[in-house]
Each structure stands twice: as C-alpha cells, then as structure tokens.
Design a protein around this ligand. Structure first.
Ligand code: TYD
Length: 235
C-alpha cells in the first residue's frame, strides 16, 4: 500500500489526541493527504459502539468489551482504513490494536494468545507502519484526567479504573515498544504540549521522507507567515 498508517497510543490523559490533531494540521498545511480517525468510533457503526462502551453508567462484561472493541475495529479496517491506505492517504488513528493488547490483555487479564487471535481476526493482519506511544507516569495522567473532568464534566467508564490498572496498561505499552522497535516509538510526553509536538514532528517527517511520501504544498494550503500549529487543550 502506498499510504502510511500511523497510530497514536498511550494511557488515558497522555495527551495523544491533542498531539494527533497538531500533527494532522501540520501535515495538511504541508499538502499531505491526511485522514484522521479513531478507535473506538471511527465509523458510523463504531460511534454507536463507542457510546455503549464508554457509558459511565454501564456495566460491561470484560469478554463483551473485548469483542465490542474487535467489532469496532473490524468495521474500521474494512470500511475506512484499507480504502484510505489503498488511495495513498496518510492515516492517523487515535488508538488501534495495541490498545487491545494493553487494556484488555494487561488491564483486564486476557491471555496473550486469545488477544492475538482476536486482534488478527479483527484486523485481517493490517498493522500500523508507525506507532507512537505517548508515555507519562500514571500519577501525571490521573492528574490530567481529573483536571479535564473538572473542566468539562466529561467522565467515561474507564475513568473509574484504578492506579494498578493503568500501571499494567502502561507497562504493556512499553513492552510492545521494546518488542517491536522498528514499528513503535516511545515519545516522552511529560513535558509541555509544544515540546511533545516537536518530538512527534522529529519522528514523523523523516519517517514519511524515508518512505518517499512527499507533500504537495500549494498556495492555498501554505501557512500565513508566523502562524503556529493550533493549540488545543491536553485531551
Ligand atoms: P480514547 O478515545 O483514547 O478516550 P478519550 O478520547 O476519552 O481520551 O479511548 C477510549 C477508551 O477506550 C480508553 O480508555 C481506552 C479504551 N480502549 C480499550 O480498552 N481497548 C481498545 O482496544 C481501544 C481501542 C480502546
């Protein structure tokens, strides 16, 4: 496939969604055909699954949860990701299969064998070309999440998980990175939004260049002088 599939991962409150938006705006200004999507919820069916999965009032059985993320992913791969990659787009996805390995595997305790089977079934073997794992301490992430909840009253089901759960998820993400250094890069996300953004750019632009993917800047999408990437609050 001529496109590039880049996924953003990390525990809740790591700031990955903010970084994804900032990278997308830089790529678009540079004339790269960029698609932004997420899991769960990248498709119309996925949006409905997302609402069900993240409902703070709902009790979702762990096996049902695993299969719902897989259903969301199967729909995402077949109706959005593959078509976009086949038409040479750069696809930025806020979470993908590594989230299942980390959250349902390490977090909920399903065996690596079962997780691998479910992931293979849902993805049909589609792997990201590059994965950025935004790494921050669990304490910092919990603080950021609490601040967000206080600001916009938003709370989803997983916001209720405890420190141990997130510590297991974070450790599994770091294990994934250690096992697949070619695909996965860990980004220290403990600094400011701008500092992390610089780190992302330093990884992604050389990666695209190495794959021979170049932007097509036009006058229309050239940034006015002095314009900075849009600042958005930490996710
Ligand atoms: P996310 O979209 O990152 O949440 P937000 O935008 O509110 O920060 O992810 C939603 C939640 O779904 C997150 O807590 C992790 C969870 N999740 C899994 O447990 N397994 C998965 O396979 C995926 C894709 C997400």
């Amino acid at each position: 496939m001529a496109g590039a599939f880049i996924t953003f991962e990390g525990i809740d409150g790591s700031g990955k969604s903010t970084q994804l938006r900032m990278l997308a705006s830089v790529l678009r200004l540079g004339g790269f055909e960029t698609v932004v999507t997420r899991e769960p919820g990248g498709t119309p069916l996925g949006k409905r699954l997302r609402t069900a999965l993240l409902d703070a009032q709902a009790e979702v059985d762990p096996l049902a949860e695993l299969l719902l993320y897989a259903a969301d992913r199967a729909q995402h791969v077949r109706t959005l990701l593959r078509p976009a990659l086949e038409t040479s787009h750069i696809v930025l996805s806020d979470r993908y299969a590594d989230a299942t390995v980390a959250y349902q595997g390490a977090g909920r305790g399903f065996t690596p064998e079962l997780i691998a089977e479910v992931v293979e079934l849902a993805t049909g073997g589609l792997k990201p070309d590059l994965t950025l794992i935004f790494d921050v301490s669990v304490a910092e992430c919990l603080m950021r999440t609490k601040r967000r909840e206080a600001n916009d009253q938003s709370k989803d089901r997983l916001d209720g998980e405890d420190v141990d759960f997130y510590a297991r998820v974070r450790d599994r993400y770091l294990e994934i990175a250690a096992a697949e250094p070619e695909r996965v890069r860990v980004v220290d996300a403990s600094g400011s939004v701008e500092e992390t953004h610089t780190k992302v750019i330093e990884i992604v632009l050389p990666f695209l260049e190495a794959r021979g993917i170049v932007g097509q800047p036009s006058e229309q999408n050239a940034p006015p002088t002095g314009t900075q990437p849009q600042k958005t609050p930490v996710n």
